[in-house]
Design a protein around this ligand. Structure first.
Ligand code: G3P
Length: 210
């Protein structure tokens, strides 16, 4: 699977998120590979015929929680899963667990992000569907994790009970192939797609590496 995280990039929010989502939809249709997009929460409802995940969910029940992101709201907006504890939206361990439980109670798929193999092992006990290993110093750069840290990816896979994804600096078919070779089920990517001139061509290339 390829997860395309739109983060809060100005050329991937609001109306502009629709172009990226359409590029992902087409690439998935043409290659037959699973492509999931994670837009800003207010853009979830813009998705058409493409799988969407949230970028974050809070582990709280409906009630007096101003500013919280509810699993129920995400589900009603069409999300089928959610990222949790992304490097740019980190949570305390107890909140990661609460977020995983809130999402799972409504049948949302869960991807807990981890910065190290130690964290991968630790977060396994929360029983998410996936753990995504992303070394924070490589995020947004041009040095793909698959080239820079193959040993750590392997260690993350060995120490994790859930299926493992990896991300940070992934931009090419070769990066995806290497990640799969190291034992991952897929990759998370953001800047490689969001900043590409031809977003469809970029997502299609990534799919071809699966
Ligand atoms: O969530 C994906 C991410 O953190 C990786 O970002 O820009 O290095 O592909 P990027």
């Amino acid at each position: 699977m390829i997860i395309v995280n739109l983060k809060a990039y100005s050329n991937a929010v609001g109306e502009k998120s629709e172009d990226v989502m359409e590029a992902c939809r087409r690439a998935s249709e043409v290659t037959g590979k699973r492509v999931v997009v994670a837009p800003q929460p207010e853009d979830l409802l813009r998705a058409e015929d493409v799988e969407v995940f949230a970028q974050h969910v809070d582990g709280v029940n409906p009630g007096s929680h101003t500013g919280s992101v509810l699993a129920r709201g995400l589900k009603e907006a069409g999300a089928t899963g959610t990222l949790i504890n992304h490097s740019e939206r980190r949570l305390q361990d107890r909140d990661i667990e609460a977020s995983v439980n809130a999402a799972k109670s409504l049948g949302l798929e869960t991807i807990v992000c981890a910065q190290s193999p130690d964290d991968c092992e630790k977060y396994s006990r929360f029983d998410p569907d996936y753990i995504a290993f992303e070394p924070p110093e490589l995020i947004g750069g041009d040095n793909p994790v698959s080239e820079a840290k193959p040993g750590l990816i392997q260690e993350a896979v060995e120490r994790t009970e859930a299926d493992v994804l990896t991300g940070a600096g992934i931009k090419s078919k070769k990066d995806v192939e290497k990640s799969i070779e190291l034992g991952c089920e897929g990759v998370l990517v953001a800047s490689g797609v969001v900043k590409a001139n031809d977003k469809y061509a970029e997502v299609k290339e990534l799919c071809e590496g699966l």
